[in-house]
Design a protein around this ligand. Structure first.
Ligand SMILES: [Zn+2]
Length: 496
């Protein structure tokens, strides 16, 4: 099919979303628990809605041989230890060097919002270090999350970059397919990828990055208009991740054209202008949509009385998965028939597991970090379920993936269905409820600590979404954080 010799591509993945203000470090254990190495990268990602799953779709259909090194992802937590970077990037360099003569190109699935102890833009460094062993002739194409913080440095290292165009990230697989198609078109000599980037200088909380609603919905619509233009190969808008204290924090837009730098610049300048016009809505400076925890919980309980579907409370500011602000308010207001799934509380989950289903337990749940988390809460309840929380995902983002919540327990705390988990996860689909024998429609109120991913499922499952802003951690009000590395002129951080 290629009209050239058989094609062989290198594949690797590495990602983390770093919250610089989270105390402590994210170490290798957080990555290795789910990391894949060697051929496993292909076996475990095939058929999944991930970027690597997308690479595999296209490459296997086109008879391309894949050489995979590793795929390591550490979630969204504290600053990454330098040794994590050294470990995985060392592995990539060693393996790609070994087969450099055989490779025609490399496809990387990175995240783009990682920060390590000594690196503010480690994922650009990944590409730069791989270049040291394969040179600058070989095409390297990279997928990034929509929440990547990127600046011009990446344009020097990558041949082309591709970002998710949806938040919820239901298009991670398609993003991988976009990159793989562009790689093959490049190798066939059909296109010469040429990139431009614009950075409007905007950083806002990720709750405002939802592409199912304005303002991002409108900006993405404009992106798709540009993609229709001849010679435009691909367009990405990176919303950015504002809790990484890095020099390149914030929004960027990237266009890939076929050998037309002027057109690429025109596309990104237009998108940057549009974003700048909408900067207030992109950063929540028009705060009308956010409720206090107290008001939001009261409203949810009231609305649930005459709703035909569950009312969804979105507690977006929880970064650790175990803040107790909403739980405390649910208890104080006597909420009934309310689900609080995916609540990180390993010790309490184990206690329930040991005491057994049907028993009454006294537990201390949540607030494990002591970082703006509301503190642990004492509860008493009946254990409804306890065991290993392992299943194969069925949701739009998790399909065919092995999901492991670790030891999991469900406790009825005076009408609150509290699900305690050992490995951090967010409620983004129905699985954490239905895989345990319950239905989402069983509940009057459901609490999610997602940001935007839950929307793909819960805009349909829920009657209404009530967004509450809890104190601390990941609030929309970025003025509470002490940034050290952000450059002047970033709207909502250094330009207020
Ligand atoms: Zn993201």
């Amino acid at each position: 099919m290629m009209g050239v010799k058989e094609v062989k591509l290198g594949v690797a993945g590495f990602g983390h979303e770093t919250i610089s203000f989270w105390p402590g470090l994210t170490d290798i254990k957080a990555f290795e628990r789910r990391a894949k190495h060697g051929g496993e990268v292909i076996e475990k990602n095939r058929g999944t809605n991930t970027s690597i799953g997308g690479f595999i779709d296209i490459c296997e259909a086109e008879g391309v041989e894949l050489f995979s090194v590793c795929d390591a992802r550490g979630g969204a937590t504290a600053i990454v230890a330098d040794r994590v970077y050294d470990f995985y990037v060392g592995e990539m360099k060693r393996e790609f060097k070994r087969v450099a003569d055989e490779l025609d190109g490399i496809l990387l699935a990175l995240h783009g919002a990682m920060a390590t102890q000594s690196r503010q833009d480690p994922e650009t460094d990944v590409v730069r270090e791989i270049r040291q062993v394969v040179g600058y002739e070989m095409p390297i194409m990279v997928t990034f999350d929509l929440h990547a913080n990127k600046d011009l440095a990446i344009l020097k290292e990558a041949s082309a970059i591709f970002g998710y165009q949806s938040s919820p990230h239901i298009d991670a697989g398609e993003t991988g397919r976009r990159a793989a198609r562009a790689m093959l078109a490049t190798l066939r000599g059909e296109i010469k990828p040429t990139m431009a980037m614009a950075r409007p200088g905007i950083a806002g909380a990720t709750v405002f990055s939802a592409t199912t609603i304005a303002p991002m919905k409108d900006i993405i619509a404009r992106l798709h208009e540009w993609e229709e233009r001849p010679k435009v190969v691909d367009v990405s808008i990176f919303f950015g991740f504002p809790w990484s204290d890095v020099h390149q924090v914030g929004m960027s837009m990237v266009a890939v054209t076929d050998n037309n730098l002027e057109l690429a610049q025109e596309v990104v300048d237009d998108l940057a202008r549009l974003a700048w016009d909408k900067r207030k809505a992109l950063t929540g400076r028009d705060k009308a949509v956010l409720y206090s925890v107290k008001d939001g919980v009261a409203l949810a309980i009231k609305k649930a009385e005459c709703a035909s579907k569950p009312i969804v409370i979105l507690d977006f500011a929880d970064r650790t998965g175990d803040t107790t602000w909403v739980l405390q308010e649910l208890l104080a207001q006597g909420a009934k028939n309310t689900a609080l799934p995916c609540f990180y509380s390993p010790e309490a989950a184990r206690d329930c597991y040991e005491i057994g289903v049907g028993s009454t337990v006294e537990l201390k749940v949540g607030g494990s970090t002591g970082w703006l988390d509301g503190g642990p809460v004492k509860v008493e309840g009946k254990v409804l379920w306890a065991g290993e929380g392992k299943y194969i995902g069925t949701g739009p983002m998790s399909k065919n993936r092995e999901i492991d919540l670790g030891i999991t327990a469900i406790v009825d705390v005076d009408g609150i269905w509290l699900q305690l988990i050992t490995h951090k996860a967010q409620l983004i689909d129905e699985d954490p409820i239905i895989q345990f024998g319950y239905k989402t429609s069983d509940f009057d109120v459901i609490v999610s600590k997602s940001k935007t991913h839950f929307r793909e499922v819960y805009e349909k499952v829920g009657e209404e979404i009530i967004i509450v802003e809890a104190p601390g951690q990941g609030t929309a009000d970025l003025s509470i954080f002490e940034y050290k590395n952000v450059l002047p002129g970033v709207y909502n951080i250094t330009n207020k």
